[in-house]
Design a protein around this ligand. Sequence first.
Ligand SMILES: [Zn+2]
Ligand SMILES: [Zn+2]
Ligand SMILES: [Zn+2]
Length: 101
Amino acid sequence: MKVTVKRWHAIAQWQWDIGRTDEHGDAEEDVCGICRVPFEGCCPTCKVPGDDCPLIWGECSHVFHMHCLLKWIGTVASKQQCPMDRRPWVTAERKVTTNGS
Ligand SMILES: [Zn+2]
Ligand SMILES: [Zn+2]
Ligand SMILES: [Zn+2]
C-alpha cells in the first residue's frame, strides 16, 4: 500500500515542479502567496477565475488574489501589512488592460 502512495506523490510533485518559475530567478512564483493557488485559478472563496476574482498588486511588487488580500488585511494580525514581506500594504496603481483592440 505504501508503494501506491509513493507513486502518487511522485506524480504530484512532478506536476508541481513544472508549474514553478523558480528557475527564472527574477520571476515571482505564479501562485498567490496567501492561498498558494496559481493566479490563473481563483481564490478558495470563488469558483470561477476571471473578472469575478481579480488580482491585486502591491507597491512591494507582490501579487495576490484580491479576495485573499482583502481577507488578510481585514484580520487584526495582518496589521495592514503585506503577508510576504510585512511592509505596509499599498495597493499599486496598475493599468488593467481589458480593452480589446
Ligand atoms: Zn489567493
Ligand atoms: Zn476570489
Ligand atoms: Zn510584499
